[in-house]
Design a protein around this ligand. Structure first.
Ligand code: IMP
Ligand code: MG
Length: 415
């Protein structure tokens, strides 16, 4: 292994999603062989090439769809590691539903003209969006329709560091879900221990008001909005008057969560804080950032009008992950280190436990009927990734894409 390769592999592999890269690789072959020449004047030929490329791409998605099906079969016999897909893509996780990839390809091809391109092969984003569409189709499939849709906050529901404003297009999509009796959970890293939940009114107040005021939502569904803050640390539920009610941890937390002692959590955060203080010096960030300690988290955040370089954020998050994982205390309490785009945080717990706790609290909703929508799915340094262990997922890149996938989901639910 050359050292260049080792660096690429060991320190950057977390940025790649092997399943998406693998599908991308498969589609490269028909792109090379069938997408045609780049000569724009050969109009008749272009149409023939496009039909052929489309047919070949669809064939690939149909074959991958079958492999997912076989993998689900292997999972159900406790032989997931022997599934062909798992052997070809070792990092692939558990599939909670089938994925109608061929149909999803046709939907995205009609929007993005993937098969009409002759110079640009199917990309990471093309494949990501096809997987999202397939997942939305699958969870809308009767009789197993989705019962809980959870959302990340920053970058998913609103722009990074912003609030949800009145009239934001995502609001009425969320009320559409609630009107159908579906639970909506906001599973966010942003955690505040105040039982008043006051910080969440600032961020999400427009949504609370919209639900409370909407006369077309039955009373029994008005409390279908829940907020899981600090990954899995604080739970709030909306009441019929549009106010948040704090739910005591004993009522919703999984037994594992209750086993984590406050002393261990504190020790882990102390170690994380020490590391961050050291990094502040090493990476010369003292003039532009500061440490922010909370009950269940510690963060390195930029000072007003300052920007921490992306590379520094990445360095700190990888160091935190690596160093903290080696501590004894990390065997007794789970943590999540992630790069929030402008800041770095180490939180106690992760979104897997946040989603699992919600599922249990709402009457044991299975993973196959839960969908988590988020923007952070790299395997290290990203905090939506762990939700994959508990739910079907959709990987969006900005709040606009959240609106688009909700429109799709609502359409498929209506079919
Ligand atoms: P999410 O995208 O909704 O999970 O929120 C992540 C962002 O919330 C981070 O990038 C921070 O800017 C912000 N945040 C506020 N409080 C906390 C905390 O206690 N832990 C982690 N992130 C926090
Ligand atoms: Mg986010």
């Amino acid at each position: 292994m050359t050292s260049r390769y080792r660096v690429e592999y060991a320190l950057k592999s977390h940025r790649r999603d092997e399943f998406i890269e693998w599908i991308k690789g498969l589609t490269a072959v028909p792109f090379v062989l069938h997408a045609g020449s780049g000569n724009n004047f050969l109009v008749g030929d272009a149409e023939r090439f496009q039909i052929e490329a489309c047919r070949k791409y669809a064939e690939i998605f149909r074959d991958v769809e079958k492999m997912v099906s076989n993998q689900i079969d292997a999972q159900s016999h406790d032989r997931a590691q022997f599934g062909r897909l798992k052997q070809l893509v070792p990092t692939v996780g558990t599939f909670f539903t089938e994925l109608p990839l061929e149909r999803a390809f046709f939907v995205q091809d009609s929007k993005r003209a993937i098969s009409k391109r002759r110079m640009v092969a199917p990309s990471f984003n093309d494949i990501r969006l096809i997987l999202n569409t397939a997942q939305a189709m699958a969870v809308a499939q009767p009789p197993d329709e989705v019962r809980l849709v959870t959302f990340d906050g920053d970058v998913t529901l609103y722009e990074d560091g912003h609030n949800l404003e009145h009239g934001d297009p995502v609001i009425h999509r969320l009320t559409d879900l609630i009107r159908q009796g579906i639970y909506v959970g906001i599973v966010t890293a942003a955690g505040y221990p105040e039982k008043s939940g006051k910080m969440y009114y600032q961020r999400l107040g427009a949504l609370f008001e919209a639900i409370a005021k909407d006369r077309t939502i039955k009373d029994e569904y008005k409390s279908n909005l829940l907020i899981m803050g600090g990954e899995c640390n604080y739970l709030f539920r909306l009441n019929g008057e549009g106010k948040l009610e704090y739910v005591e941890k004993e009522l919703w937390a999984l037994p594992q969560l209750l086993e984590w002692s406050d002393r261990d959590a504190e020790e882990l955060l102390d170690q994380a804080q020490k590391l961050m203080v050291k990094e502040l010096d090493t990476l010369q960030l003292n003039n532009i950032s500061r440490i922010y300690r909370k009950d269940r988290a510690v963060g390195l955040i930029p000072l007003e009008h300052c920007v921490i370089p992306r590379e520094s954020l990445e360095e700190i998050v990888l160091n935190c992950q690596h160093t903290l994982s080696s501590l004894d205390v990390a065997r007794r309490v789970y943590f999540c280190a992630f790069n929030g785009g402008a800041d770095v945080w180490v939180d106690i717990g992760d979104k897997r436990y946040g989603v699992l706790s919600l599922q249990r609290f709402l009457g044991n909703i299975p993973s196959s009927k839960t969908l988590h929508v988020g923007d952070q799915f790299a395997s290290i340094g990203a905090n939506d990734f762990k939700a994959r262990l508990a739910a079907c997922t959709v990987w969006i890149a900005n709040p606009r894409e959240t609106v688009e996938i909700l429109d799709e989901l609502l359409l498929y639910l209506d079919e």
